[in-house]
Write a protein that binds this ligand. Structure first.
Ligand SMILES: *Cc1c(COP(=O)(O)O)cnc(C)c1O
Length: 388
């Protein structure tokens, strides 16, 4: 197996699980506390030995989480932010008027909105294309972009883009590559090892895993990018709350265990759904029927916990199915221990006209499952009864 799939690097011989538990555990020596406390303070006495001054520009809980998350991404650096969208804002804020971004056309809706309604006003333009098709790579060569914005798997269609191939094309064109790694998680995918310059994650999702706070992180191996991210954290006021960092640090300690269970449950539910008569098609990166199955196997060490399904149901019947579910709460978000279900046509993509929505594959009977870590037999019997 290539080192992309190994859970350790040469300079960090410990495994992912060990690093999740033991990295980023500073600021506890004077009391002997086993777990570092939450430093709920806005300011610090001038001249302290750690160099803290004001929480917007740094806090022990930020530093602990940054050290742990950098280690889990096999990265030299990481900067934490208040949310995933805040992390995206930090990266895009480094651009200047006239800069071009080439982005995968199926990127996260809030990233699209941020580009369209905020940064385009400041002269940043974005060209969208289907980056699962290598014929479209030429757009990167022709547009001279500052950034290439990737997401893999994408939301909600779980398209897989070739991070390694696209990084090579982007670097030849003088562009930097950002990968939104939220759906795969740092446990199953290491964008920096595949050649990306930045790996960005909404830690709200799998990293924290308990649906009780928001957070974001940008990891890189480049000291210049790290300086820009720390600058954005303090100068744009994008910093997280210390207590949220404390929660995410706690959540991330069990990420490996949770991710293994998410993918086990998801694969089983995906097989069940694929065989069901009321199902039109199922997308899951580690199902052989996935259009980029080979690539997913090469690029990810696991399929993660999201499944997208198109049912053979009308809009009314799809809604009735959603209402009858007991364990899958109808809600936005994903990546928590509890199962959630999302209906893009009436939720995340409700404002998009039906023809446009259907043009990109989001039909009235399309449903996205975020498979939790409950007992799989219970989840399958819940879906069975709701489909009857
Ligand atoms: C949720 C999500 C975000 C945004 O993160 P927040 O923490 O909600 O701000 C960005 N990208 C992807 C792929 C997401 O799923």
């Amino acid at each position: 197996m290539s080192d992309i799939h190994s859970s350790s690097t040469e300079n960090s011989p410990e495994g992912f699980e060990t690093r999740a538990i033991h990295r980023g555990a500073e600021y506890r020596e004077s009391t002997g506390s086993v777990i570092p406390p939450a430093y709920l303070t806005s300011t610090f006495a001038y001249g302290n030995e750690h160099g803290f001054d004001y929480t917007r520009s740094g806090n022990p809980n930020f530093r602990n989480l940054q050290e742990m998350l950098a280690s889990l991404e096999n990265a030299a650096h990481a900067t934490v932010f208040a949310s995933g969208v805040t992390a995206i804002t930090a990266v895009v804020s480094t651009l200047k008027s006239g800069d071009v971004v080439v982005a995968e056309e199926n990127i996260y809706g809030c990233t699209y909105r941020l580009f369209a309604q905020v940064f385009e006003k400041f002269g940043v333009s974005v060209q969208y294309t289907d980056l699962t098709n290598p014929e479209n790579y030429s757009i990167i060569e022709n547009a001279h972009p500052a950034l290439v914005w990737l997401e893999s798997p994408t939301n909600p269609l779980l398209k897989i883009v070739d991070i390694q191939a696209l990084s090579e094309v982007a670097h030849k064109a003088g562009a930097q590559v950002v990968v939104d790694n939220t759906f795969a998680s740092s446990y199953f995918q290491k964008p920096l090892a595949l050649g990306a310059d930045l790996s960005l994650t909404s830690t709200t999702k799998y990293t924290n895993g308990h649906s009780d706070c928001l957070g974001g992180v940008v990891a890189s191996n480049d000291a210049e990018w790290q300086d820009k991210m720390i600058f954005a954290q303090k100068a744009l006021g994008l910093q997280p709350a210390p207590f949220d960092c404390w929660l995410i640090t706690r959540g991330a300690k069990t990420m490996a265990l949770r991710m293994e269970q998410h993918q086990k449950n998801a694969l089983e539910l995906a097989h069940f759904l694929e065989a069901h008569s009321k199902v039109d098609w199922v997308r899951y990166p580690f199902l052989e029927s996935h259009p980029q199955y080979e690539l997913a196997q090469r690029q990810m060490s696991g399929g993660s916990g999201i499944i997208t399904v198109n049912f053979n149901l009308s809009l009314e019947d799809t809604r009735a199915f959603l209402d009858r579910l007991q364990y899958f709460t109808l809600a936005e978000s994903l990546g928590g221990i509890e199962s959630l279900i999302c209906h893009p046509a009436s939720m995340t993509h409700a404002s998009v006209p039906k023809e446009v929505r259907e043009g990109v594959g989001i039909t009235d009977s399309l449903v996205r499952f975020s498979v939790g870590i409950e007992t799989i037999a219970d989840l399958i019997s819940d879906v069975t009864q709701a489909l009857e």
